[in-house]
Design a protein around this ligand. Structure first.
Ligand code: ZN
Length: 394
């Protein structure tokens, strides 16, 4: 059983759009109210009420005259908002995120979710208490819908359906030099492969980015509060969305290709922002972690392997031919001549080759069996480099 998301653009009627707005507003209201309550209770008693207790309040609120309008919204959608807040608190307590914030009407994330009850058939989706909503079906929906989220974006309303699909995972093939690849993550080139291929960070949407820059300049010249400014603002938002979509699309194509072509993919461990910074990489690029996440789940679906290579491994500074360590290699040096064997090395390709070699070494050291076991984490430290092997099975 795997979980896969499908996203579509909705084509709601005016009435439905109105309902969507109302749903978003109600979810926001519930979130803000429960957040305020938790914050106050925490200040007073050092404890905050559980999600269960907060959910039990919802029917009570529906009885009260001022908040009786909550009745127009499907109850599970409201309960989901409470659970969502609870998740935000859990992430806060485990130091993954900051303290949950209040949401406002103009925030970027206007959405609501159904934890169940949603069904879809050709070109339309059933949302409880709202009814059938048309959508542009750009691909086939597989499996059983487990959850649906309706979101407002610059280009309109979208639905994402999280589906559970039963698949048969093929037996893994033995990993060799030929059917595996090492990946170096970069900021100029998103990835460099050990076979010398480079994938640029902004391939197809340079022109859109230029358009975006122009639109933004134009926006800054528009009078505040004017209708033209509002229109221009929407234009900018749509372009932003377009660029984000292109990026996402590119990442999916890349991860699919890498997994299709290879039985094993070796990549640096990204769990280490500080170290990546020291390596002179712009850590702000969220593309990396997304790419690795995609590689991992796609590999899991196909019985393939993604191995993360340890954090202190000096992949750019080691000559991939003779092993010479160029310890004072400057970050600005994109290529270097090995003083020991006279090889001329492209910094990123060299790093990718080293990552490939390191990955193969791990596989040869008997990691194949453990890689195929489910969900285990193994730590190992050969040659003083901390190597973390994460098993990529869901
Ligand atoms: Zn060398």
């Amino acid at each position: 059983m795997i979980r896969k998301g499908f996203q579509f653009r909705l084509q709601p009627t005016r009435e439905q759009e109105q309902q969507f707005r109302q749903y978003c507003g109600s979810v926001r209201w519930v979130w803000n109210r429960m957040l305020a309550e938790r914050s106050e209770a925490y200040k007073e008693t050092g404890k905050s009420p559980s999600a269960y207790r907060q959910i039990k309040q919802l029917p009570v609120l529906k009885q009260v005259e001022e908040t009786a309008w909550l009745n127009t919204v499907q109850s599970q959608v409201l309960q989901d908002a409470v659970l969502d807040l609870d998740d935000a608190f859990k992430r806060f307590f485990s130091k993954q995120n900051g303290y949950p914030r209040f949401k406002n009407k103009h925030g970027r994330k206007q959405s609501f979710s159904y934890p169940q009850g949603v069904k879809a058939e050709s070109g339309r989706v059933w949302l409880p208490k709202i009814g059938w909503v048309k959508f542009r079906q750009s691909r086939e929906i597989q499996g059983v819908i487990k959850r649906a989220t309706i979101r407002h974006r610059a280009s309109g309303w979208h639905v994402s359906l999280l589906c559970e699909i039963e698949i048969e995972i093929p037996d893994p093939v033995e990993i060799s030099t030929k059917n595996s690849v090492g990946i170096d993550l970069g900021s100029i080139d998103l990835v460099t492969l050990s076979d010398g291929r480079k994938v640029s960070n902004t391939r197809h949407y340079r022109s859109t980015e230029r358009k975006l820059a122009r639109a933004q300049r134009s926006l800054s010249r528009k009078l505040k509060g004017s209708k033209n400014r509002y229109k221009q603002k929407q234009k900018v938002a749509r372009l932003h969305e377009h660029v984000a979509n292109c990026r996402k699309d590119d990442l999916h194509k890349l991860s699919s290709q890498l997994i299709r072509e290879n039985q094993a993919v070796f990549v640096e461990d990204l769990n280490v922002l500080g170290i990546a910074k020291r390596m002179g990489k712009s850590v702000g690029d969220a593309g990396w972690s997304k790419l690795i996440r995609q590689l991992e789940y796609k590999a899991a679906w196909q019985g393939k392997t993604v191995l993360k290579i340890g954090r202190y491994f000096p992949s750019s500074k080691t000559c991939s031919y003779c092993g010479y360590k160029h310890s004072d290699l400057a970050l600005s040096e994109r290529s270097w001549l090995c003083p020991s064997c006279s090889a001329f090395l492209d910094r990123d390709v060299n790093a990718a080759i080293n990552i490939h070699k390191e990955g193969l070494k791990l596989v040869a050291a008997g990691y194949t069996e453990t890689i195929n076991a489910c969900g285990q984490r193994i730590r190992h430290s050969p040659s003083a480099a901390l190597v973390e092997v994460r098993i990529s099975r869901l």
